[in-house]
Design a protein around this ligand. Structure first.
Ligand code: ZN
Length: 229
């Protein structure tokens, strides 16, 4: 099977479309959450992920925009969350609210668990690349799966141990690893074998930044897209 793995789209439809154009064909899309928050097109991104019939978990921004608990976002992120609540239709909000916090998939015999943050705290814990190396075996034992897909850090990461694989595809809409290009992963399974390729796609940041200004989103959020931080 060929899987497109994406996360942290954050309302950046332009970046999402470039990823979909660049990634080639796939059997299933997997999304590790944060479809909304930060960017100019949250509703369009919800519709796009719905349209892909992606296997998708909720992120902290999705949960907060859909009206659940607060995750203590910083002032700029909180302002974007308030704006996104207004931009979404009732149906888009209801769809977001219905997303699960964890997913388990059986991909032709390869067991995969999907969380936004971590298996322990799906909406709160950040598993940065260094943490992923330390915690991989612990997490794989907890889930009992061969693969764990995470998002939330906006940093791509692939960690392999004898027990399995931890994969974070990085962020489509707001990368934070110093590379401003949209980040995604393609995972190919054949038998027990799992191959991963991290891909990066350039997109028109000027266009996205100008749309963010039009919608009154904080300048700091537009500006960081240029730096990938
Ligand atoms: Zn995020």
């Amino acid at each position: 099977m060929r899987l497109l793995v994406i996360s942290d789209i954050h309302g950046n439809l332009t970046a999402l479309n470039r990823v979909l154009d660049s990634s080639g064909g796939y059997d299933l899309a997997i999304c590790a959450g944060d479809i909304v928050g930060y960017g100019p097109n949250p509703g369009e991104c919800v519709d796009a992920i719905k349209g892909l019939h992606a296997a998708c978990v909720t992120g902290n921004h999705d949960a907060e925009v859909a009206g659940g608990e607060s995750f203590g976002a910083n002032p700029a992120a909180s302002q974007a969350i308030r704006i996104h609540k207004r931009l979404l239709s009732t149906q888009q909000t209801a769809w977001l609210r219905g997303l699960p916090r964890r997913l388990e998939l059986d991909l032709a015999g390869v067991k995969v668990a999907v969380f936004h943050g971590s298996p322990v705290q799906p909406l709160r814990e950040y598993v940065f690349p260094h943490d992923a190396r330390m915690l991989a075996d612990h997490f794989l034992e907890l889930t009992g799966t061969d693969v764990i897909i995470l998002g939330h850090t906006h940093m791509p990461c692939e960690v392999r141990t004898e027990k399995g694989l931890i994969l974070n595809p990085g962020s489509v809409g707001q990368p934070r690893d110093g590379d401003p290009r949209a980040s995604y992963a393609v995972m190919e399974t054949s038998g027990d074998d799992v191959e991963v390729t991290i891909g990066r796609a350039e997109y028109d940041i000027d266009l996205v930044a100008s749309r963010m200004r039009e919608r009154g989103l904080p300048e700091v959020l537009a500006n960081r897209l240029y730096h990938g931080r």
